[in-house]
Write a protein that binds this ligand. Structure first.
Ligand SMILES: [Zn+2]
Length: 135
């Protein structure tokens, strides 16, 4: 961990609570050292070495997994907020200033994919921001 990194492992209980609020079991969350290398080991294609979150659908249960790195670097944060900015500018200061909110938004975005598989990236970001506002 270097300065500015987010310790995801320390937020496990908070993430589990958010999963539960949306009807997803705690086993949905899988913390890995690195998403790309984890995927390579499983024979899953993942071109982005800085991927900060990924959802995998299974025949279940659980019916989906959310992969998160145990530590999210500042570069990963910036890459995510850079993408969110296109869909929802207003939430950006909150994500940049509050690591817990950043992580919650990241998880909510993946939950949005799970709850409605045909939702696109921008819809998932907007939904995540709305749900973050309720927490
Ligand atoms: Zn997405």
């Amino acid at each position: 961990m270097t300065n500015g990194d987010i310790d995801v492992f320390a937020q496990t209980d908070d993430i589990a609570a958010i999963l539960s609020q949306h009807g997803l079991p705690p086993e949905t969350l899988v913390l890995v050292d690195n998403i790309q290398s984890w995927c390579q080991e499983q024979g899953i294609d993942e071109p982005n070495p800085f991927r900060a979150a990924k959802t995998l659908f299974l025949s279940g249960p659980p019916h989906a997994l959310i992969l998160l790195p145990k530590v999210i670097s500042r570069d990963m944060v910036e890459s995510v907020t850079g993408a969110v900015m296109f869909h929802d500018f207003e939430v950006i200061p909150r994500l940049n200033q509050n690591d817990r909110d950043f992580l919650r938004h990241l998880v909510l975005h993946e939950i949005a994919h799970i709850l409605s598989r045909d939702r696109g990236e921008s819809e998932c970001d907007v939904w995540a921001s709305k749900e973050l506002g309720k927490l």
